[in-house]
Design a protein around this ligand. Structure first.
Ligand code: ATP
Ligand code: MG
Length: 431
């Protein structure tokens, strides 16, 4: 037998039995974002490679080794988006969204990174990203964190921990960088290969190393907090005050530096102890200098992204498939009337899911199909029914006896039977 083609490693199909869970999760997220006045922006999945290279930084993990980049037929370098912020900034600049105005935006969709696939880490994964532009104070930082907190609450999640840090202004971050290069440079012999590479281009990331042999060295490194300038300190203290006033618990993690070059001031992550190594569900921070750096007006900015696969794993949402309420069993020659009756029911009962049998076969095999699809009622249209303008109603889940009604009364009968049946909550009864 020929080898069957498989999906790319780390790239998943979301099958019909899981898609209701995704939809339910997305709806909760969107409703919360709506309630804060955030607006959706739909961004392209591919961009010119420079969009990411310039914004995220050449020496980050993402740009240096994780991007799906290719030359298109014109030999332009194109990249499948590894994250949403860079494209959002590109779009905002292109359409003048940053001129003398504030923006509160969100987007949702697949991202692509060439990483080693494992639980919670995939090559195509989904993020919902939230970005706020034009607001410099810690109040918007706090708003985003409160928004996250509300999301967790709406989803019934507790036990997520908020970790916070400040990277300081670009100036204090640069000054700290020097101090750090100096310190790690003096202990070059204790650095692993990764860290030696980072020392040159991205020394803050050494603090982020997971290598146990490096932990003692890292623990003794000069702390960023001791190198913040007054403005940076005031911003961070302001945020901490707002969070405390809102009753939000947080932990200050001085080693939280985040992988992307563009962050300054506030950075944060929401983590869990229930997902093993892939513990971060949501991550973000401020990036006040990015827009200017890629050629736009100076625009304060902050955002975060949630990894939806990790969130779903944590939630274990299982609303089950969306089974039809009604399955129309169709005798020979009844196809036209069956399609009509199905539409008549959909018109009369918004929200009703009606499947009409296609593909012929015996009535018995059609009942089997109805049952396998999880339908609650079968409506039968065969010779007798066609001749008498009636339809036979057969409850499939113990809602009474089979009986016959006039076709014109079918919608009323369906409505009554469904109202009487105790339907699961996720499977809303049509109004
Ligand atoms: P990590 O340290 O886990 O690689 P990151 O810093 O690269 O994370 P971000 O770019 O901040 O991650 O992305 C935000 C969120 O998106 C992460 O917290 C995570 O929930 C999710 N995420 C990132 N990369 C992946 C991936 N390859 N597969 C699944 N989810 C991911
Ligand atoms: Mg990563």
């Amino acid at each position: 037998m020929a080898n069957r083609i498989q999906a790319i490693r780390g790239v998943s199909d979301i099958l019909p039995e899981r898609s209701p869970a995704w939809r339910e999760l997305e709806q909760v997220l969107i409703d919360v974002l709506d309630s804060y006045g955030y607006q959706e922006i739909r961004l392209p999945i591919m961009e010119k490679t420079e969009v990411f290279a310039r914004a995220i930084g050449e020496h980050t993990d993402i740009v240096s080794k994780e991007m799906y980049s290719f030359a298109d037929r014109n030999d332009d370098s194109i990249t499948l988006r590894p994250e949403g912020t860079a494209g959002c900034v590109r779009a905002g600049l292109q359409h003048g969204l940053f001129h003398n105005q504030t923006q509160r935006l969100w987007y949702l969709g697949p991202m692509f990174r060439h990483e080693r696939p494992q639980k919670g880490r995939y090559r195509q994964f989904h993020q919902i990203g939230v970005e706020a532009y034009g607001m410099a104070g810690p109040d918007i930082d706090a708003e985003l964190i409160l928004l996250c907190q509300r999301l967790w609450r709406q989803l019934g999640l507790d036990g997520l921990q908020l970790e916070l840090n400040s990277l300081g202004s670009t100036e204090s971050r640069a000054a700290y960088r020097e101090v750090l290069v100096d310190y790690f440079g003096q202990h070059r012999d204790q650095l692993d290969d990764d860290s030696r590479r980072r020392l040159e281009h991205n020394p803050l990331r050494i603090l982020d190393s997971k290598n146990p042999d490096m932990q003692a060295l890292i623990a003794d490194a000069p702390a960023l907090a001791d190198h913040l300038d007054d403005e940076s300190r005031a911003h961070f203290a302001g945020l901490c005050e707002l969070l405390t006033a809102a009753g939000i618990d947080y932990v200050i993690n001085p080693r939280l530096v985040r992988g992307l070059d563009y962050y300054n001031h506030t950075v944060f992550e929401w983590t869990t102890d229930q997902l093993g190594a892939q513990a971060t569900v949501c991550a973000g921070g401020r990036y006040d200098r990015l827009i200017e750096q890629v050629g736009g007006p100076p625009t304060p900015a902050i955002g975060f992204a949630i990894g939806l696969e990790r969130l779903l794993e944590l939630l274990g949402l299982d609303p089950g498939p969306r089974q039809p309420h009604v399955y129309i069993v169709t005798g020979e020659g009844a196809a036209a009337r069956a399609l009509q009756l199905a539409d008549q029911l959909r018109d009369a009962l918004p929200g009703l899911r009606v499947m009409s049998h296609c593909g012929g076969g015996s009535l018995k095999s059609q009942f089997k199909r109805a049952d396998r699809n999880g339908a609650l009622l079968a409506l039968i249209l065969a010779d007798d029914e066609l001749a008498s303008d009636r339809v036979t109603v057969k409850p499939l889940r113990g809602q009474g006896e089979q009986h016959s009604v006039a076709q014109a009364a079918a919608a009323d009968t369906v409505k009554e039977l469904l109202a009487a049946a105790a339907l699961p909550e996720t499977d809303s009864t049509p109004q």
